[in-house]
Design a protein around this ligand. Structure first.
Ligand code: PMP
Length: 374
């Protein structure tokens, strides 16, 4: 009889055969140029962000100490919720521990066995997991295909429906047609959930995000989720929606109710980043300009936000390109099955507002070489 460790060794051997082994290793910033991470505005080490984290830890301690409904709601959480609502124009905000929790909370609270979830084929794992946990029936719509969304919504047997999309997709970096999706969802009696993780801080003149830029964030049937871990250089997540949605989540959202409140240092850091974003008005445009330069070097279309993606022939070629880039001082991302929605292997690159011409010129040079090699 094979043992537990035998079983694990077989799984590992399967991954190796397919060239899909993953490893975690520390990223030594300063040694490599980061074209893979999500610190889009380059604020992680900004003095205001660090000072916000330090001041919050000094005032409130290392952790929130309890779940939000017990004693874990801090004034700092409320301040952060108001600041997020102010930036985005959302009617209200609720902060959770991560963007992952925000998606789980929204989908498990808004969908049930009487609901059809129509989820875009490229939706993030946290949206897929939220849909599964909700016990709703799930139909996957072809990527950014409004006609397919219409067909699935119109043909449903469930009384309620939730459409699930991202504003800027996390792997391909393309944008959803949010205005048309909001209209279609309203027409067919569905709620529209928009994950704006990659839009906040990058999309819109002030970095207000994709849902705000599309003018849909204050509509009653639109629910937006964001993370504090990308442009806002901290950790945490939030739901931006009508106050009635916030109230519903406070009362029914298990990832909100049964989780400890967001750590003070994370909330303080995110508030610091929001302050910088409010004063350094050039940041969202700077990251988008750098993204356009990266896209040009790779021969792909200019992306909607900071993320761009280059298709490679297979996982081995993608890994080889990552290794060559690393030899030349650049960290780029690599997405292979099962992390890619369409089974392809891709290089995933991210632009950063703080990359000046010297850093970027070298990166562009390396990328031109890599893409030709592929
Ligand atoms: N949604 C999307 C689209 C994401 O890319 C991510 C982060 N990878 C998340 C949600 C989860 O956010 P967090 O890291 O705050 O849990």
């Amino acid at each position: 009889m094979s043992t537990f460790l035998d079983w694990l060794a077989e799984r590992a051997a399967d991954r190796d055969r397919q060239g899909l082994r993953r490893e975690v290793r520390p990223f030594k910033s300063g040694e490599l140029v980061d074209l893979a991470g999500n610190d889009y505005l380059g604020l992680r080490r900004h003095p205001a962000v660090i000072a916000g984290a330090v001041a919050a830890a000094e005032t409130y301690g290392g952790g929130a100490g309890a779940s939000r409904l017990v004693t874990g709601t801090l004034e700092l959480h409320e301040e952060l919720e108001h600041a997020l609502a102010r930036l985005t124009g959302a009617p209200s905000a609720l902060v959770l521990s991560t963007g992952y929790h925000a998606n789980l909370a929204v989908l498990t609270s808004l969908a049930d066995a009487e609901t059809l979830i129509v989820s875009d084929a490229h939706a993030h794992a946290s949206l897929i997991d939220g849909a599964r946990l909700s016990r709703a029936a799930v139909a996957v719509s072809r990527h950014n295909d409004l006609d397919h969304v219409r067909e699935l919504l119109a043909g449903r047997t469930q009384p309620r429906a939730v459409v699930v999309v991202e504003s800027v997709y996390s792997v391909l970096g393309d944008a959803a047609p949010l205005g048309a999706l909001a209209d279609l969802s309203q027409e067919l009696g569905a709620v529209l959930v928009v994950d704006d993780a990659h839009g906040l801080g990058v999309v819109g003149e002030r970095g207000e995000g994709g849902a705000a830029q599309a003018g849909i964030i204050a509509r009653d049937h639109v629910v937006v989720t964001v993370t504090l871990s990308k442009s806002l250089a901290a950790q945490g997540g939030a739901v931006l929606a009508h106050a009635a949605v916030r109230d519903h989540l406070v009362n029914t959202g298990r990832p909100f109710i049964y989780d400890t409140g967001l750590a003070p240092a994370a909330a303080g850091a995110a508030l610091g980043a929001l302050d910088v974003l409010a004063t350094d008005a050039h940041l969202p445009a700077a990251v988008r300009a750098n993204a356009a330069l990266l896209a040009d070097a790779c021969g792909v279309d200019t992306p909607a936000g900071a993320v761009l993606s280059v298709t490679m022939p297979g996982p081995a070629e993608a890994l080889a390109a990552v290794a060559v880039a690393e030899e030349r001082g650049i960290r780029i991302g690599c997405f292979r099955p099962p992390s890619t929605p369409d089974g392809s292997s891709r290089l995933r690159l991210t632009a950063h507002a703080d990359h000046g011409p010297e850093v970027l010129d070298h990166a562009l040079d390396v990328l031109r070489g890599l893409v030709t090699r592929a």
